[in-house]
Design a protein around this ligand. Structure first.
Ligand SMILES: [Cu+2]
Length: 574
């Protein structure tokens, strides 16, 4: 247990054995308490609302509102002080396409506020978990959902237990900083203190819940928001500052809710596919729910002819590939996963920006000289490109209306953007000495009753730690595996999404002109059976953090591993 002096509540530090003992106590207490609070587990059961039925959402009725950025909170004098109340939305006032929803959120809003800070600032975020304590029966039912589907090696957090991850930030992973090994149980609170270094890369980051076991349920309910490290006006090209003036933040979410307007079943986060099967009806593709942007369906962005805007695209979905494109418009990409590319990469109209869960892409868009209405879409994708392994139809995300008025703005040049590259011409490929392997394994047991969700053939355990040496440079060799062909109905090597906390990595991608580019990212799609190599260095911070699959139900079911950076030699890393 850790106690932080500012708040007296207990916050549980994840310890495998301690958790297991606590679990036994919960079950034991449950036997007694369930008699006393008979029916408490039925508190979840709302009534099925016809407005929440699984049918296509009428966009003419529920879409078409003017695009709204999430509300913003800006640091002052080097500090951002704020409080987030983790609470259910009030179904009396919060609706999604007419469905009154009761979803876990920050401050009762379907998208978290945008935190705006500068390099060197400190985020003081009081996270108050106001969700109700669950009954032992309810916790048991949640555990059963996960345990029936996966070989677990630790007790997952209850759905009302939370914590906070600052995705992509290069900050301490320990104590009350970016520490996802903490649990903040219902009715407790923690004051986070996250200190950004003066040299932190400027750009688009995000935050979200990350307690092992409740991550996908909570992020799938809307517990995510943007975190922006703002440009320094002194060192930013004028054309970019002008594009920032009307910037748009796209917190792209897959908020999933059942026919009662709730999300309390992790199996509904599974891929879906054949919607005629009873077990699939609650899943994203079968439910006909739609991607929201900042909680809105198909909002409308209005631009003048020739106007340039910066769009910050953030894929916060629990499991969604988004092939982002705007009809008739090139997208000029300037940053990936927060990190400025140091140039302007122009993807021609029709060539989409690839977004996977956790990805960010900052693009500049210059409105056409031809007034009119242009669709902003998630392009259709064949099954082999979809994280769900099913053919995905085209999906309308938003609408761009270009009005007659003109404001012919300039785009920054690659030469102007070059000084913004956060790590100059660093090439870690030339410095890497050690190799770290990650094999994402999703397979069956012989009977096919349960799946293995593993990193290097082990499900997540807080007691299983890989040590890494401070300042070492390693190649990380990433791949995915399914079952051997001898297993009945073998699972093929499925795509997973690698994310490493604290330090970004370098990776070679194909740029718009087809040439190889070395880019910095923190999250990357890994498609088996090929091996993908990325390169990273563990700078500045010692302590424990995690790598995991950013398909968040995979993470909850075991596809995560603890890393620990130590300042003593680690033999096996070289
Ligand atoms: Cu995965």
């Amino acid at each position: 247990m850790l106690c932080f002096s500012l708040f007296q509540n207990e916050v549980i530090l994840r310890k495998g054995k301690a958790m297991r003992n606590q679990w036994k106590n919960n079950i034991f207490n449950g036997l007694i308490l369930s008699v006393l609070i008979l029916g408490s587990s039925f508190a979840w059961a709302g009534t099925i609302n016809p407005n929440c039925a699984y049918k296509p959402i009428d966009i003419n009725k529920y879409g078409g509102q003017p695009f709204q950025n999430p509300p913003g909170i800006r640091a002052q004098n080097g500090r951002l002080d704020t409080t987030f109340n983790v609470q259910f939305t009030d179904p009396k006032i919060t609706r999604l396409a007419g469905c009154p929803v009761k979803l876990r959120t920050y401050n009762g809003q379907l998208v978290g506020p945008t935190l705006r800070v500068k390099q060197g600032d400190v985020i003081n975020l009081a996270l108050k978990n106001k969700l109700p304590k669950e009954s032992p029966n309810a916790i048991q039912a949640q555990f059963d959902q996960e345990n029936k589907n996966a070989y677990l090696d630790t007790i997952p957090a209850s759905f009302n237990t939370t914590n906070m991850h600052y995705h992509g930030l290069h900050v301490s992973p320990t104590g009350n900083s970016d520490n996802v090994l903490l649990d903040i149980p219902p009715q407790t609170e923690l004051l986070y203190e996250v200190k950004l270094p003066q040299t932190h890369p400027i750009g688009s980051y995000w935050y979200h819940a990350h307690a092992h076991g409740s991550t996908s349920i909570q992020v799938g309910s809307g517990m995510a928001g943007a975190l922006i490290i703002e440009d320094d006006p002194k060192n930013t090209p004028q054309a970019l500052l002008a594009a920032n003036a009307n910037e748009k933040i796209f917190v792209l979410q897959t908020i999933l809710y059942d026919q009662k307007g709730e999300l309390n079943n992790i199996t509904s986060l599974f891929p879906g596919g054949d919607c005629s099967q009873a077990g699939n009806k609650d899943t994203w593709p079968c439910s006909h729910r739609r991607i929201t942007i900042n909680g809105q369906f198909v909002p409308v962005i209005t631009m003048k002819r020739g106007e340039v805007q910066r769009w910050r695209l953030i894929d916060t979905a629990f499991r969604e590939s988004i092939a982002f494109a705007v009809e008739g418009h090139d997208l000029h990409e300037i940053a990936l996963d927060g990190n400025y590319l140091g140039r302007v990469d122009t993807w021609k109209a029709g060539t989409p920006i690839d977004l996977q869960p956790g990805y960010r892409s900052d693009v500049l868009i210059k409105a056409s000289m031809k007034p009119g209405e242009y669709r902003i879409i998630d392009q259709s994708a064949p099954s082999h490109k979809s994280l769900r392994q099913i053919d995905e139809p085209e999906n309308l995300l938003a609408t761009l209306i270009v009005i007659d008025e003109i404001d012919d703005m300039a785009l920054p040049t690659s030469a102007e953007m070059a000084p913004l590259a956060p790590f100059g011409d660093t090439d870690l490929r030339k410095k890497a000495l050690g190799v770290q392997e990650v094999v994402f394994k999703l397979g069956n047991d012989m009977q096919g009753k349960k799946n293995y969700f593993q990193v290097n053939y082990r499900a997540f355990s807080p007691d299983h730690v890989r040590q890494l040496e401070l300042n070492a440079v390693d190649m990380w060799s990433l791949t995915t595996e399914g079952d051997p062909v001898g297993v009945p109905n073998p699972i093929p090597p499925l795509p997973h999404v690698f994310h490493i906390h604290v330090n970004p990595f370098q990776w070679v991608r194909k740029g718009p002109d087809g040439s190889d580019q070395l880019v910095w990212k923190d999250t990357l799609l890994v498609q088996g059976p090929a091996v993908t190599n990325v390169y990273t260095q563990y700078r500045d911070y010692i302590g424990k953090f995690v790598v995991h699959c950013h398909i968040l139900d995979h993470e909850d079911l075991g596809m995560m591993e603890v890393e620990e950076v130590v300042n003593t030699p680690v033999a096996h890393a070289h």
